[in-house]
Design a protein around this ligand. Structure first.
Ligand SMILES: Nc1ncnc2c1ncn2[C@@H]1O[C@H](COP(=O)(O)OP(=O)(O)OP(=O)(O)O)[C@@H](O)[C@H]1O
Ligand SMILES: [Mg+2]
Length: 385
């Protein structure tokens, strides 16, 4: 039988512990905010590592007496579903001692004492689980009551909490978002001294709009924490050590090429490393050309991208190619416009549409693709000619 070595690179789930790389300062900053009960608004472009950072800090850098919840509201489409997600979070955070049935039944009674507005029970299938049934069908009131009871419980038990709500910008897309924002604001204010909320998202402008506009309920309700890509040198050293487990040498220039091509996107870099580790032979070297080939192969496998590209109008397709050709800046040059047979006005309106629907965003005057795989696919197409 072949002796297998566990692949140290993960790309398809949030990571913590031994699969988590770097971010010492970010860990410290987030832990400090949690320690001081400050709300945090964390944002970065997609797949950089927001959820993983939260997981790492909650699992490995937070004291036991801080109850934890981490929910993702990406799939929520109405107030009832939001309520259910928040309720799941509270259940998660209260389940810290539900190790045995005996302990659980004591806890159920104990919790019920403070949760005056809900019915608390226990479900036993495998490990015991809490069940919370809200008394009110008005979901704004139910959300407020739920947290109010939760805070009473924490106060009585001398505990604190951290409650992370991932993809928080989703709130804005709900029909009654203003009312939801008000409800959550009331909760965030009532929590004072008891803990903190971590609001995260990848739509920087929407998220910051919520917290920085005077007219909005969330105005000044948290401390901003932009998350940058991992430091390339730290990432290289970390990956180098892991490839050594299979006696593979990772060339620094090859890794840097991957990092630059991926615009520092952690997930894509991890996926390439995962594949290279899986295929790598004993005593092999990953040099620049191997890296280039691996990136190409991975992009070729993403069959959804061709369909995605064809959904754009022809001027938008040209605009996307121009962005790639010009590395995101100085896109209105005479020569490039001629090469792609597009007028400046037509390119301008295509760009407007691409920015509006978040295919691209602009950072320090440079246009960047939200989906790095899409950028690399277009690059490959341009090369083919
Ligand atoms: N610090 C890290 N060390 C190692 N791998 C990481 C790290 N951060 C993220 N990853 C990898 O990148 C992938 C994407 O990270 P994660 O889901 O945490 O990002 P995100 O910013 O929350 O993404 P999204 O915007 O899609 O929610 C993870 O599945 C994980 O494999
Ligand atoms: Mg996430």
């Amino acid at each position: 039988m072949i002796k297998r070595i566990r692949n140290p690179f993960k790309f398809d789930e949030e990571v913590a512990g031994e699969f988590f790389c770097g971010r010492e300062n970010d860990i410290d900053e987030l832990s400090d905010h949690i320690f001081n009960n400050t709300n945090i608004i964390m944002f970065s472009k997609r797949r950089i590592g927001k959820s993983s950072l939260i997981k790492e800090v909650l699992e490995n850098h937070t004291e036991k007496k801080v109850l934890q919840a981490h929910v993702d509201i990406y799939s929520v489409s109405n107030t009832r579903e939001l309520f259910t997600k928040l309720q799941d979070g509270i259940k998660m955070s209260l389940s810290y001692e539900l190790t045995t049935i005996e302990k659980a039944s004591i806890m159920v009674n104990d919790i019920q004492e403070y949760f005056k507005n809900s019915k608390i029970s226990m479900v036993i299938s495998g490990t015991p689980e809490l069940k919370i049934e809200a008394g009110d069908k008005n979901y704004y009131i139910a959300i407020e009551n739920l947290f109010s009871d939760y805070f009473n419980y924490l106060r009585a038990k001398n505990l604190t909490f951290v409650f992370a709500i991932d993809e928080f910008q989703k709130i804005v897309s709900l029909p009654d978002f203003e009312k939801i924002e008000e409800t959550l604001r009331t909760i965030a204010i009532k929590r004072k001294g008891l803990g903190s909320f971590v609001f995260t998202g990848s739509k920087r402008n929407i998220l910051l709009g919520m917290f920085n506009e005077v007219s909005r309920a969330f105005f000044k309700l948290g401390s901003e924490m932009p998350l940058s890509p991992l430091d390339p040198d730290t990432f290289y050293d970390w990956a180098l050590l892991r490839f050594q487990r299979k006696n593979i040498f990772l060339d620094r220039t090859a890794f840097r090429h991957l990092y630059d091509e991926a615009d520092g996107e952690t997930r894509f870099i991890q996926q390439v490393c995962h594949d290279l580790f899986r295929k790598g032979k004993d005593a092999s070297v990953i040099e620049y050309s191997i890296m280039e080939e691996e990136i190409n192969q991975l992009i070729s496998k993403k069959s959804y991208i061709a369909q995605l590209f064809n959904k754009y109008t022809v001027p938008q397709q040209n605009a996307l190619k121009i962005i790639v050709s010009c590395n995101g800046s100085e896109i209105y040059g005479k020569e490039i416009l001629e090469e792609y047979s597009i007028t400046k006005t037509s390119l301008q309106s295509a760009m407007k549409a691409l920015l509006k629907e978040n295919t691209l965003f602009k950072e320090d005057g440079v246009y960047i693709f939200e989906d790095v795989e899409f950028k690399l696919w277009i690059k490959k197409e341009i090369k083919k000619g």
